[in-house]
Design a protein around this ligand. Structure first.
Ligand code: SF4
Ligand code: SF4
Length: 360
């Protein structure tokens, strides 16, 4: 991968360059308090752009997989049915995407594009997307108490699946090209060749940043094994289920959750539209069948499903990674404290206790 150096003051020029190339550039902005959100960069707000700020709870996933999208319309006309697909092909650049969210988008790629059936709606959006990753280097702003990208092997610096990566070295920024499109930006005069000292500074900053993560899920791999082999005790799932309020928050903030439901709604006397909407395994309706039977009526059966989907070896083999990128959002939003790190810890505790019983 080619790397270049630019002045810190020129970061916004990179966004401007993308805007000149016809991209709608979307970046995280600061709201009130801890609130941060993704918004299109405009002439009015561009000065408010900040390289370091808490990662928004609502991930950039919705720019490749919208929470609600119109798929097609069906019209009855002169006895015929006219079916019109609705495709959106906006040329977009996501600017300032954290490494965990880059991995989240790549996870969606493998799910929606990597199998026998390619999702054409997803594909059209994805092929028009340019991703600018920003490495988390400011422990005070970028890294929350819940972040554990290091354990999920996705950060703090993404190794791939971005077009361009920006890393703050202090007065300067290191830019790394991940694709030919990213490298093409290096033709601009603001990008200059770096030196060995820049490389060393990058390594030193990353070493330091890694010491600031507070959440460690060192039992991740053991939990993968327990979940894959059905080794998690039923009482542990029940305990997790008892603490779940079925709000669906963990799914809606998760950059690696892929589930949706499809629904038809009437839009005129002779017209309907088909929409796709995010769905969540936490919600009872997710597995309810047409006749009313629900094979996962109990909350803990649905929680069990979430962690099986995210951690089981079967899925890891199929998708080449866990369906968790360590962003920590589920831990931050869950009212019952059964986000990923807590569940890993609960599985660890219960399994250790059960071993002790057996020894007795
Ligand atoms: S965020 Fe917590 S309480 Fe809400 S559905 Fe997820 S596990 Fe349950
Ligand atoms: S399971 Fe939780 S920590 Fe893992 S990617 Fe989803 S929201 Fe982030």
């Amino acid at each position: 991968m080619k790397a270049r150096i630019l002045d810190r003051a020129d970061v916004l020029k990179v966004a401007d360059l993308l805007r000149e190339q016809g991209y709608e550039v979307i970046a995280p902005f600061r709201g009130r308090g801890r609130d941060t959100f993704f918004e299109t960069i405009t002439e009015e707000n561009r000065k408010r752009f900040d390289l370091h700020l808490p990662n928004p709870y609502y991930p950039p996933k919705r720019f490749v997989f919208p929470h609600m999208e119109r798929l097609l319309t069906v019209q009855k006309k002169n006895g015929d049915l006219l079916i019109e697909p609705i495709y959106k092909e906006t040329k977009r650049a996501l600017f300032g995407v954290r490494s965990c969210d880059v991995a989240g988008i790549y996870h969606l790629d493998r799910f929606y594009l990597g199998r026998d059936f390619r999702d054409i709606y997803y594909e059209k959006r994805r092929r028009n997307l340019f991703i600018v990753n920003v490495v988390c280097t400011d422990p005070g702003e970028d890294i929350n108490n819940e972040c554990f990208c290091m354990c999920a092997d996705t950060g703090p610096a993404a190794r791939d699946h971005f077009d361009l990566q920006l890393m703050d070295l202090g007065d300067e920024i290191m830019a790394v090209a991940g694709t030919a499109a990213g490298e093409a930006l290096f033709d601009h005069a603001m990008f200059k060749k770096g030196t060995h000292a820049h490389q060393e500074k990058r390594a030193a900053i990353l070493n330091d940043v890694r010491r600031h993560f507070k959440t460690t899920t060192s039992w991740f791999s053991a939990t993968v094994r327990y979940v894959s082999q059905g080794g998690v005790l039923e009482k542990t799932w029940e305990e997790i289920g008892n603490r779940c309020l079925e709000c669906g928050g963990c799914t809606y903030v998760c950059p690696a959750c892929t589930c949706f439901t499809v629904s038809d709604r009437q839009t005129g006397p002779d017209e309907i539209e088909r929409v796709r909407i995010w769905d969540a395994c936490a919600l009872a309706g997710f597995t309810r069948m047409a006749g009313g039977h629900n094979p996962r009526r109990a909350v803990h059966d649905r929680r069990n499903r979430r962690f099986f989907r995210k951690l089981a070896h079967y899925f890891i083999q199929r998708e080449l990674s866990m369906a968790c990128v360590g962003c920590g959002r589920c831990a931050a939003v869950c009212h019952g404290d059964v986000g990923m790190p807590s569940v890993v810890e609960m599985v660890r505790r219960a399994t250790t206790e059960s071993d002790t019983h057996e020894a007795n």
